[in-house]
Design a protein around this ligand. Structure first.
Ligand SMILES: Nc1nc2c(ncn2[C@@H]2O[C@H](COP(=O)(O)OP(=O)(O)O)[C@@H](O)[C@H]2O)c(=O)[nH]1
Ligand SMILES: [Mg+2]
Length: 199
């Protein structure tokens, strides 16, 4: 499989600005700074299509990217980079505005097939446990990913991923946007997710 095309479509701060939704969508969700934009870039083989920020909590927009991959039939879909949650330095008012926006998108978007939920392999908290459950209840597919595994010494990675699987009670794919580890596995999961309507 090859990525034939990856292009930025639009940024939205509210649902009225979302694009038509005529392509199957895969959303990337997770705490601020967990590596959502980096994973998206790594999957697409692009350096800075989704902006990677040095300052956590910066992206307040829902960013849409049109993606085409080579396939027997050919396939097109939309990747959606969601604003991160849970960054303490962002004012409470802003956080309270984010939550409903993201929740509204995830709950109401009919083009949405599933969510890639990112958790730092060294963290994983109640927020992620709640999200896993909630995403399931929404009839959405879930791909749970442990990010930044390059930050763990090799000997601790399998254990780190297993611990996260135990915590979240779902299979977890270990990833590094830095080294490219796990990208094939995530792609495979996305490809099985994308054609299926939400149930
Ligand atoms: N070592 C390492 N750093 C990463 C990885 N993914 C992201 N980062 C770094 O983590 C920071 C936040 O990344 P970003 O993609 O902007 O996170 P986002 O806020 O979830 O979109 C940046 O400094 C990235 O360079 C990874 O797999 N390994
Ligand atoms: Mg980002």
């Amino acid at each position: 499989m090859k990525v034939l095309q990856a292009e930025f479509v639009t940024s939205a701060t509210e649902p009225s600005q979302f694009p038509a939704g005529d392509l199957p969508e895969v959303a990337f969700a997770g705490r601020s700074n967990v590596g959502k934009s980096s994973l998206l870039n790594a999957l697409l083989g692009r350096k800075n299509l989704a902006r990677v920020s040095q300052t956590p909590g910066r992206t307040r927009l829902v960013n849409f990217f049109r993606v085409a991959v080579s396939d027997k039939k050919g396939a097109e879909f939309m990747f959606v980079d969601l604003p991160g949650y849970g960054y303490a330095k962002v004012s409470k008012a802003v956080q309270e505005q984010w939550g409903p926006m993201i929740e509204g998108y995830l709950a109401g978007r009919s083009a949405l097939r599933g969510v890639v939920l990112l958790t730092d392999v060294r963290r994983g908290e109640q927020d992620e446990i709640n999200l896993v459950r909630w995403i399931g209840e929404q009839g959405l597919g879930l791909i749970a990913v442990a990010t930044k595994i390059d930050k763990l010494p090799r000997g601790q990675r399998v254990r780190g991923i297993r611990d996260l699987e135990t915590l979240l009670d779902v299979p977890v794919i270990g990833c590094s946007a830095e080294t490219g580890e796990g990208m094939d596995e995530v792609w495979k999961a996305i490809r099985t997710l994308a054609p299926r309507p939400r149930g």
